[in-house]
Design a protein around this ligand. Structure first.
Ligand code: ADP
Length: 334
């Protein structure tokens, strides 16, 4: 099991929940989105009305769920949580919508994965605060319009581009979360170590931050593994040496690449001669879903300048060969 995968099991979710900032001012980094959101929320509070619907986009683990919770907390509203994949039928969504109370915040994670009928129902509800409840079956079925109290949808997506325009247009505000700088991740780590009550040394915080791929979720996860190492094999202190030893055990390298990233690079360079190769072919070669390769491994590998996306597929860039300790092929070979 990899430390950078988005999949969170129950203990992991509990561990994450304990480290979530509760208010906007505790939320580290993302200054632009935080400023914009703070305006939207203060204006709504001032008017005493539910704010516009909010769309949050960005790679996994950057704080979309956390921000949704913060939005509800700042509004003093309760939060309902669902996700695109959890809604199988439009009827499931109609049931959720028709049970909303005035001012509630409805968080829809992975909103780009909603099925089409649910999506259509949602944008009518977002625009007109109305849902058509279908009564009866077959030829005798009829739609009874039910009006909804004002509420706010917070949608989260790893890829805003996948949302159909009619749905995207219903959001009055879109915040794009970007990868965190190392010093921001250090602040996340120091805050988390404080909450966990573990002594994190500054050099260790910097080391963990630099291997966390710009992602708070990963930073917190690595912190917990370093804590384990310090407890079991060290003297309890989270020192630079403890951080390095722990991250070696968990196969997270100096650039923060894990096993999946390295196998993507490895397949690209060794099996496909540096590409170009299509996403699906590449995913099969590493034994993963294309979506996992595309949303988990690729954004980071692209950002690091290790791989490139071209119209003909993925290509290895010179730093990829260097990272694997392979000679960089001359341009005429690729
Ligand atoms: P997403 O919904 O984008 O996948 P989450 O909101 O679940 O990400 O965040 C993952 C973890 O990272 C949580 O434990 C959260 O506390 C932490 N985290 C995310 N963003 C921040 C931040 N800006 N400041 C502090 N902690 C953060």
């Amino acid at each position: 099991e990899s430390l950078v995968r988005p999949a969170a099991d129950e203990p992991e979710r509990a561990a994450e929940a304990a480290l979530r900032p509760r208010r906007l001012e505790e939320f580290v980094g993302q200054r632009v989105v935080r400023d914009q959101l703070s305006l939207v929320l203060q204006a709504a509070l001032g008017r005493g009305l539910a704010p516009d619907h909010v769309l949050l986009s960005g790679p996994p683990g950057l704080g979309k769920t956390t921000l949704a919770m913060i939005i509800a907390a700042e509004l003093g509203a309760s939060l309902r949580v669902t996700s695109g994949p959890a809604i199988q039928h439009a009827g499931d969504l109609a049931a959720v919508l028709s049970s909303l109370e005035e001012g509630e915040v409805l968080f829809i994670d992975e909103i780009h994965r909603l099925a089409r009928p649910a999506e259509e129902l949602l944008y009518v509800a977002m625009e007109d605060f109305r849902v058509d409840v279908i009564v009866g079956k077959g030829a005798g079925a009829s739609a009874i319009p039910l009006s909804l109290p004002p509420f706010t949808v917070v949608g989260a997506t790893t890829r805003a581009g996948l949302l159909p325009a009619p749905l995207r247009d219903r959001f009055g505000f879109t915040g794009h979360l970007d990868f965190y700088a190392d010093d921001e991740l250090e602040r996340v780590l120091v805050r988390s170590a404080g909450l966990l009550g573990v002594p994190l040394e500054g050099t260790a915080a910097a080391e963990i931050a630099s291997r966390s791929r710009g992602t708070p979720r990963i930073a917190n996860r690595l912190l917990r593994r370093v804590r384990d190492w310090a407890q079991v094999r060290g003297d309890g202190r989270l020192s630079l040496a403890a951080a390095r030893s722990a991250l070696q055990v968990y196969e997270v390298d100096e650039r923060g690449l894990d096993r999946l990233d390295r196998s993507v690079l490895d397949a690209l360079c060794r099996r496909f001669g540096g590409g170009p190769v299509g996403l699906t072919t590449l995913a099969v070669a590493v034994g993963e879903e294309p979506e996992t390769v595309e949303t988990v491994a690729e954004p980071f590998l692209v950002r690091e300048g290790l791989i490139g996306r071209t119209s003909r597929g993925r290509v290895a860039l010179p730093p990829a060969w260097e990272h694997l300790g392979l000679p960089v092929p001359a341009p005429s070979d690729t």
